[in-house]
Structure formats: C-alpha cells, structure tokens
Design a protein around this ligand. Structure first.
Ligand code: ASP
Ligand code: MG
Length: 451
C-alpha cells in the first residue's frame, strides 16, 4: 500500500486532476490511497470569505463564494464531460457552496470569526476537491471511492491547528480505508481536514495535507508516501539563485528539517515526521513531470559531507559583551530569557568567555530587547546580515569540509560562524549582499559541474 498526496497545484484544474488520475492509474498494483489538497488557492479564498463576511463586507464575501462556485463547477464540467455522475457531483459542489454562503451570512451577523467557524469554512475546499477527484478518477476507469476525511482523520478540538488522535486514526483507517484497498479500489480522502470524536469539523493547520498523508500512511503502515507537487524534488540549492542546482536523490530527515528551517519550501518536515519515524520513506515528485526520479526522504539516507546549501537574508545580528560573563554561571540563561520574554526566536548563536552573539529572524521587538540586554553589558546591533547554511550529516566526519568551505568563500567577510556539534550544519553570517555570491562559490566547490 502507498499513499499518493496531490497538493493544490497538482489538483488546480481539470488538466491537473487528469494528470493525477494518470499517475494513480500507473500505480494501481501498489494499492494507492489518495490524499488531495483543495484546488490550488481555494483555501486562501475560503478564509478570505470568512474574514470579509465577519468584517461587514458580506457582498464582497458572497462574490468570492460565486467565483469559487464557478471555478469548481468548471473543473467538474471539464473532468466529467460525458459522465453519468456529472449532475450529481455538480449538485454536491453547489450544495457545498450554498453552505459556504450560509456560513458567510452567519459570520456577517455575528461580526467576528471563531477558530471553529474558520475550520468549517476552510474544510469546504478539501471536501469538494476530494469529491471531484474521486468522480474524475472513476470517469477515467479507476475504481475510486470518496471517503470523508472527517471519518478517518480524528483530532482534538484545537481548532485551526488540531492535533491528531493517533489511536483513533489507526482504528478508523483500519475500518474505513483498509477494506476499500483490499477490495482493489482506490480511496480518495481530503487532506488538511479532520473532525473531533464528536464529529465537529477541524483542520490540521495551513499546509496540513502533507500531514494528513503522513498520518494516514503511518496508520496504514504504508510502504511509501508520495508527495506530488510542482517541483522535481529537493534541490542542492535554490534554483532561482543557483541555476545549476541539482536534484537530491536521497536525503536524511534531519537534513531536510535543517533545510526547511533555512527556508527551503518544498515541504515542512514536521508534517512528514509521523511516517518517517515509522521507517516509511517519503518521496517528493513533480506531477507535471511524472517520469522524474524525485527525492526520497528517510531517516537513514547515506551520509554525505554536504547535501545542500541554503541562504537567508535580512537578518539582524545582536552582540552582547560583558565582563560579568567571565566564569559566571546562569548568565546565558538570563540573556536568553530576554528573547523569550519578547517572543523572538534566535537562528544562530555563538559565545566566547565574554560575549554572546545571536541572529534574529524577526527584529520587530528589537528596541525592547536591546533595552533589556543593556542591563548585562554593551550591546551592538548590525542590520543587513544574511546567513548561509551548509547542510550535511557527514559534515564533520572528515577534516577537509570546513577548510573547503572557508576556502571557497575567499575574500567574503564572515561575521560569525557556527558548526553544530551534531554535525548537521555549518552556518555562516555574512553581509546580506554576500549571501548570493557565497552560495555560488560554495555550490561550485561542493557540487562541481561534471567535466
Ligand atoms: N489546502 C490547505 C492549505 O492551503 C492544506 C494544504 O494544501 O496542504 O493550507
Ligand atoms: Mg502544500
């Protein structure tokens, strides 16, 4: 059994859904379970409907409802042309959008949104897309069956970020999904959407369809999870900066997590953790180029000194110098408490006997942070800094990688450097303007063009 998850761009319209059907048809003998996102961008529109209705713009909200209706009906008509199911699916789509219009009216009377009402609205995207996809698959000869995500993805009631209830999901997938697969049929489930044990609709949080796929795959003990998206897989660097960036064939979960923290956007590792932790490989494939080999993410892919590079710009560097730090204990705890108090997370840290330097992702509370830190010593702030991260599980296996990295940088000034003791990443703080040149030099060194 495998789980094939199609993201919003892979089910954006009739043509995309037809491609997804062909991909699934080619995997029939592997017993696929299909998880789908809402039609690309639909979730944003749905949340917009809720906000605008609650803010008193009911007419605008209802016009968005109508454009969503048109889009879903056009997609249905394109896919189900000549299908005996077309009328039924169109009626279901219209009923879903009528319900949305009623919710919008209720929210406009209420004048505010609650997390629970937001989930009822947002869930409509996947509930509709999964119905359309199931019918489109059937029309293309796949024996597909729609399964209501709210019957299988059972969660707590932490609306808009609900936590999965693993034992209940395991029981529900056994009862609802396994028999369909065993009968040789293909279940189609909406991602992102869930329900409490008492059947109140919830969602797993934005981007939650990958999480659904991973949860259902783990519960079903699937052989693999396939995430079908609009990129070829994970690359050795951002291809917009490094046109020679290469596809990574295999990557370790912890390396993928580091890259995501540095802004790689393919998928959020926490959402695939339930599967990877159970030893289930997660693949990323491009639904526009299904012949590609993709990226395989596992716990124990081979160790390489350098697997990928990532960069981030527009960072603030804060330096604190204090003689009081010398031989004192508890000092760092007190310093970090300042950042905690101002809800600011730190990217990179270095310390010496008399100084601490950190970079901040978000400098919106900078003034207050500097004021509080000044109680400990001299504080200085440097803006326009950037980070370059060299990621690889085998980074410190040998002695040469660090020397190669610093050698490649040449005359680029390094303000700060941090080598994680876990050997996963070597992070350099540079001038903002040097991030791209540094990435280019490092990429040429660690991923040379084949001669
Ligand atoms: N449709 C949801 C979102 O846009 C979930 C997903 O696509 O993963 O956040
Ligand atoms: Mg996504």
């Amino acid at each position: 059994m495998i789980v094939c998850k199609f993201g919003g761009t892979s089910v954006a319209d009739g043509a995309a859904i037809a491609r997804a059907a062909a991909i699934v048809a080619g995997k029939r003998d592997r017993q696929p379970v299909v998880v789908v996102s809402a039609l690309g961008g639909a979730t944003n529109d749905l949340l917009d409907v809720a906000q605008r209705a609650a803010n008193g713009n009911l007419l605008v909200a209802l016009s968005i409802v109508e454009s969503l209706r048109q889009r879903h009906l056009t997609t249905t008509a394109t896919l189900l042309d000549g299908s005996p199911e077309r009328d039924d699916v169109e009626a279901e789509v219209s009923a879903g959008l009528d319900e949305l219009a009623h919710l919008a009216e209720a929210l406009s009377t209420l004048g505010f949104v609650t997390p629970r009402s937001l989930d009822s609205v947002a869930a409509i995207g996947e509930l509709l897309s999964s119905r359309i996809v199931a019918a489109a698959f059937r029309h293309r000869g796949l024996d597909a069956e729609w399964v209501d995500a709210r019957d299988v993805t059972i969660t707590d009631d932490n609306f808009t970020r609900a936590a999965p209830d693993l034992p209940r999901i395991a029981a529900a997938t056994r009862e609802r999904l396994r028999p369909i697969v065993q009968a040789g049929r293909v279940p189609v489930v909406g991602g992102f959407v869930g329900a409490t044990p008492s059947h109140i609709t919830t969602t797993l949080g934005r981007g939650g369809s990958d999480y659904s796929a991973s949860l259902l795959g783990a519960a079903l003990e699937a052989e693999a999870i396939e995430i079908w998206t609009d990129v070829d897989g994970m690359l050795t660097a951002d291809p917009r900066l490094i046109p020679t960036a290469r596809l990574i064939d295999r990557i370790r979960f912890d390396e993928a997590a580091e890259l995501a923290a540095f802004g790689a956007k393919v998928l959020h590792p926490s959402t695939i953790a339930p599967a990877v932790q159970r030893g289930i490989p997660v693949y990323v494939f491009n639904s526009r180029r299904p012949e590609g080999t993709g990226t395989m993410i596992t716990f124990d892919a081979p160790r390489y000194p350098v697997r990928a590079l990532a960069g981030k710009r527009d960072k603030t560097l804060v330096k604190l110098r204090s003689a009081r730090m010398l031989l004192a204990h508890g000092f760092l705890g007190a310093v970090f408490a300042v950042f905690d108090r101002h809800r600011t997370s730190i990217d990179v840290v270095t310390t010496s006997e008399v100084s601490v330097s950190v970079t901040l992702d978000d400098a919106s509370n900078l003034e207050a942070i500097v004021a509080d830190l000044s109680a400990f010593g001299d504080v200085s702030v440097e803006q326009h800094r950037g980070l370059v991260a060299i990621v690889g599980a085998g980074l410190s296996d040998g002695a040469q990688t660090m020397a190669q990295a610093l050698g490649a940088l040449g005359d680029i000034k390094v303000h700060m450097a941090s080598l994680s003791a876990t050997g996963l990443n070597f992070t350099l703080v540079l001038d903002d303007a040097q991030v791209n040149p540094a990435l280019q030099r490092l990429h040429a060194t660690f991923f040379p063009e084949p001669a």
